[in-house]
Design a protein around this ligand. Structure first.
Ligand SMILES: CC(C)(COP(=O)(O)OP(=O)(O)OC[C@H]1O[C@@H](n2cnc3c(N)ncnc32)[C@H](O)[C@@H]1OP(=O)(O)O)[C@@H](O)C(=O)NCCC(=O)NCCS
Length: 155
């Protein structure tokens, strides 16, 4: 896939991000949530992948910087764009932005059954460090808590 631009999310992307979330998650975020994240949350970093030919938003990823920790909020890729390393490219940029903000370790929660996402994160050196039982209210599924730490750092 060519002509894909990975860039910081802007207010103009909010509708597309909310629409994309509906395609990707059982409990999607509202347009208002994305709007607040982008305009009012100074700790949030959001990036999108834009199709340069059509302007379509193919994916987005977000992270909160909390002191020296980065909390990944979401990574989502439109179904028709999957398996073209878009999530990987967005994650790479997100982690590099986080590191330039002083982040030394990143964490996230992922559904136990989400093999695609677990495999993506494992490829970025995230490791399972815990479980939140029944964390997801829609189906009572467990969340795996994954961390990526600089080598030598310990939990
Ligand atoms: C998870 C998701 C973001 C992956 O996006 P993507 O752009 O297709 O991922 P990439 O192409 O960058 O894949 C990177 C690696 O992740 C793994 N992976 C991705 N999709 C996979 C799948 N369906 N099955 C198994 N492994 C998968 C592979 O190891 C892949 O590397 P490879 O293609 O060289 O084998 C996408 O499937 C998605 O949006 N899912 C719905 C939303 C979601 O669950 N987000 C995560 C919330 S925690």
């Amino acid at each position: 896939m060519t002509d894909l631009l990975i860039r910081e999310a802007e207010i103009k992307d909010v509708d597309a991000m909310a629409e994309l979330d509906k395609l990707c998650f059982a409990v999607p975020w509202s347009r208002q949530s994305f709007y607040s994240e982008i305009t009012q949350n100074p700790r949030a970093i959001y990036i999108v992948c834009e199709n340069g030919e059509t302007g379509e938003i193919a994916g987005y990823a977000g992270l909160w910087v909390i002191l020296d920790e980065g909390h990944i909020t979401n990574v989502a890729v439109r179904p028709t764009y999957r398996r073209h390393h878009i999530a990987s490219r967005m994650l790479e940029m997100l982690l590099s932005c986080a590191e330039s903000c002083g982040v030394t370790a990143e964490t996230l929660e992922v559904r136990r059954s989400n093999n695609a996402a677990i495999s993506l994160y494992t490829g970025f050196d995230f490791h399972k460090e815990g479980v939140r039982n029944g964390y997801y209210e829609d189906n009572n599924e467990d969340a795996l808590i994954m961390w990526r730490r600089k080598s030598g750092d310990r939990a």
